[in-house]
Design a protein around this ligand. Structure first.
Ligand code: NAP
Length: 264
């Protein structure tokens, strides 16, 4: 008996088998959820379809979240295919590569708008458009990063976007609360994905994380998937508006000193 039996999940943001959205998809599928998937553009179709096949998912829709008409179409098709949705996952972010290196003050107006539109507003837009087909007790989940609360060099405009995403999570949680629909964010430690490859100095940050986190290890997309199962399931029924860290404890450390390898 899976934790998510009889639940329908719709997941946005699969690019390939390294995507956090794929880790979440596999975990939700393992726990018995029926899955619908969405990817950004035609170029990704050939990568996403084989993944969908692996879990026997027949409902795969293209959706560019900057286009309102794309979102409306996906909601309409989802309604026809599933009726209602219990779990909505937003695992989408974008910022131009030039925004993710050098000083933050070089952020361009266009780059700022783009990053906030795709990485933040899209979550609000999806929540609003899916609202009519969200089942009682539904769970909405988005993906964030610690660069929202502390400076992560080069993360720049994405840090600001993630701060806005976490604030949006709280405001959405407040709006949806009376309908018993929950909205939470997962703050994941660094994982080597397509999106991460665009962040200047990511490789060093990844290594630093493994050295400095209390658990001394990086996290995987499966770790995030398991946390998503918890937030999607009835085990977290009274938890909303929260940011859940899946980061080997990295965020609790105030002063980072390279551990003494010889210490007990
Ligand atoms: P990923 O595999 O590259 O996933 C990002 C997804 O966003 C891609 O599928 C991408 O599609 C999609 N996307 C971009 N613009 C879009 C648009 N206009 N419409 C629809 N989809 C669009 O990378 P990921 O690391 O798994 O990222 C997933 C989420 O986790 C993001 O919110 C990211 O910020 C967050 N996160 C990542 C890390 C990390 O270290 N990797 C840590 C914490 C949080 P395209 O490839 O076509 O652009």
């Amino acid at each position: 008996m899976g934790l998510l039996n009889n639940k329908n999940a719709f997941i946005f943001g699969i690019a390939n088998e390294r995507s956090i959205a794929w880790g979440i998809t596999q975990a939700l599928h393992r726990e018995g959820a029926q899955i619908g998937l969405s990817y950004a553009g035609a170029a990704l179709e050939k990568r996403v379809m084989p993944l969908a096949d692996k879990i026997g998912c027949k409902f795969v829709e293209e959706c560019d979240v900057t286009r309102d008409e794309n979102i409306t179409q996906v909601v309409e098709k989802t309604k026809q295919a599933f009726g209602g949705i219990d779990i909505l996952v937003h695992s989408i972010a974008f910022a131009g590569r030039e925004e993710l290196t050098g000083p933050f003050y070089n952020t361009t107006r266009e780059g700022f708008k783009n990053a906030l539109d795709i990485s933040v507003y899209s979550f609000i837009a999806l929540a609003k458009c899916f609202q009519p087909i969200l089942n009682h007790g539904a769970s909405l989940i988005c993906m964030t990063y610690y660069g929202s609360v502390k400076v992560a060099p080069h993360y720049n405009v994405m840090g600001v976007a993630k701060a806005a995403l976490e604030a949006s999570t709280r405001y959405l949680a407040y709006d949806f609360g009376p309908s018993k629909i929950r909205v939470n964010a997962i703050s994941a430690g660094p994982i080597r994905t397509l999106a991460a490859a665009g962040v200047g100095g990511f490789r060093d940050m990844y290594k630093h994380f493994a050295d400095m986190s209390p658990m001394r290890e990086n996290i995987t997309i499966d770790d995030v998937g398991n946390a998503a199962v918890f937030l999607a399931s009835d085990l977290s029924t009274r938890i909303t508006g929260e940011t859940l860290y899946v980061d080997s404890g990295f965020n609790i450390v105030g002063v980072q000193i390279k551990p003494d390898e010889n210490a007990e």
